[in-house]
Design a protein around this ligand. Structure first.
Ligand code: SAM
Length: 479
């Protein structure tokens, strides 16, 4: 039976409830008066100086997803843009993945790390190699990483991951530093989540891949990842272990997108109901070509239009959750999705183990083909030219603004008073230390314009002072 407060995977991601939802959505997809009510509910409301948004349930959002009416889709897009603007402004947070090891004991059919893949070169970074990778990432200007690893308790035990995190945080090269390490490793125990928390991680990210149990078991035929319940209940264990920022995700293409979408929102509702805080981020990867992997083998691929609609509806349904888009997607797709709700992008990513220290983009250990291969400077310049503020901010987590504290600040819009100045400060650091001449010129002019928009005079004064100090060589100011 469906119970969003249950801690059992099959009760909070309940198959019957998903089927009922999809059926109800299909029956009501042309019910214009119901659709208008849902759109009205989703719209941000001004109460005094604050903007409020109540989000949508999985059922409401599924009705909108089922609706093909062009005018409704336009309204969905415009509400998503409105929410994006109200809560995130023009800020886009930038990060890079760091692949530590591609040794893996699982048999995931869609992933090139699967243990039977003899075509991929297996590699695990030593601490010295990690140091070199981090220096290369710092030299580009990165401040925030997501570490990635295959599942293998012999080659990549939790001690290896913890030691790697310590190494990453310890490196201070020139003016560089990695200030937030997010972690994307396989589902693990409460004890291990506690250790990750103690190591000072930011978000714990784990993609569900597919919420459909039978499909999940077929796609993960062997290895520890085969266990659907253990994987699906991982975020509850992570939260029990003290990690309050967790990142969900679905690998689109494996199962029907309407099923995944409803289940993903049910997962978010479950976390909110049980732990009082929803997911910090949601990622929306699509299956890509990789060594020994052909995306056309999976017949649930979604086109760019459906993909955009999903992103816009996630923005509307969970207004306070960050949406992440990786370099799996090309520049054009990323550009469209930025407007509709994406708040974080990866830049200059290399998905091969040890890829950042090699001159040529290596492909023999790669996890998937990278569509957007631009440099970080190019990504920053692109964002600025589109009117976005590229942000390398990591302040919230370092100031203890995580979990429900972050969410409540976010919900009252107060986060804006920190995020905007912090984005400007970290952009200034990037421009001073790493940018090309052209990017620096565009960025400095952009900062002047952004300063003019700040209404709170005391915030403005402190910020202007910080910017001057950065020019003199000081770093790491934050609100
Ligand atoms: N090993 C970890 C686990 O079991 O969750 C996660 C690390 S894995 C490097 C990160 C993610 O890459 C996976 O969760 C999966 O969604 C995604 N991935 C795997 N194969 C992919 C492919 N062919 N195309 C796009 N993304 C893929």
């Amino acid at each position: 039976m469906y119970n969003k407060k249950s801690l059992k995977a099959e009760e909070f991601i309940n198959n019957n409830e998903i089927i009922r939802t999809l059926d109800y959505a299909e029956k009501n997809k042309n019910n214009i008066s119901l659709i208008n009510d849902i759109l009205e509910k989703a719209r941000p409301k001004k109460i005094g100086k604050e903007t409020h948004c109540c989000g949508l349930t999985h059922e409401e959002a599924s009705i909108l997803l089922a609706c093909d009416d062009e005018s409704v889709i336009k309204k969905i897009y415009s509400i998503a843009e409105e929410i994006k603007q109200a809560f995130y402004g023009e800020r886009i947070v930038i990060f890079a993945p760091l692949y530590l090891s591609n040794y893996c004991v699982n048999g995931c059919i869609y992933c090139p790390y699967h243990y039977q893949n003899k075509k991929i070169l297996r590699k695990k970074l030593t601490q010295e190699e990690i140091k070199a990778e981090v220096i290369a990432l710092q030299d580009m200007g990165h401040k925030r990483l997501a570490i990635e690893s295959g599942e293998d308790s012999i080659n990549n035990p939790i001690e290896y991951i913890l030691e790697s995190i310590k190494t990453i945080y310890s490196i201070k090269h020139k003016n560089g530093s990695i200030r937030r390490v997010n972690v994307n490793i396989a589902a693990t125990t409460v004890e291990n989540y506690k250790k990750l928390k103690e190591a000072g991680i930011g978000t714990y990210i784990l993609f569900q891949e597919t919420y459909h149990k039978e499909t999940y078991e077929n796609l993960h035929p062997t290895g520890p990842k085969h266990n659907y319940a253990y994987h699906t209940e991982a975020m509850d264990r992570a939260m029990e272990g003290g990690i309050d920022d967790v990142g969900l995700g679905v690998l689109f293409g494996l199962e029907g997108y309407k099923y995944e979408f409803a289940a993903l929102l049910m997962h978010a509702e479950h976390l909110e109901a049980v732990h009082g805080v929803g997911p910090h981020t949601i990622s929306v990867p699509r299956v890509k070509k990789a060594i020994d992997i052909n995306p056309t083998d999976f017949d649930n691929g979604i086109d760019d239009e459906v993909f955009a609609k999903i992103v816009a509806l996630i923005r509307i349904a969970v207004p306070y959750t960050g949406i992440i888009i990786s370099t799996r997607e090309n520049q054009e797709v990323r550009e469209k999705l930025l407007k509709l709700g994406v708040s974080q992008v990866s830049g200059a990513s290399r998905t091969s183990v040890g890829g950042y220290t090699q001159e040529e983009r290596p492909v023999d250990t790669e996890q998937f083909d990278v569509s957007d291969q631009r440099t970080l400077d190019e990504v920053v310049q692109w964002l600025l030219q589109l009117g976005h503020i590229p942000s390398f901010c990591t302040a919230c987590y370092r100031e203890g603004r995580t979990g429900d504290r972050f969410m409540s600040l976010c919900k009252t819009g107060q986060i804006q008073n920190c995020c905007q100045p912090n984005a400007i400060i970290t952009l200034k650091e990037f421009l001073t230390d790493y940018a090309s001449k052209e990017t620096k010129k565009i960025g400095e002019a952009f900062i002047i314009k952004e300063l003019e928009k700040i209404e709170n005079q005391s915030v403005k004064q402190v910020l202007e002072n910080n910017l001057k100090e950065i020019e003199k060589g000081k770093r790491d100011f934050r609100f």
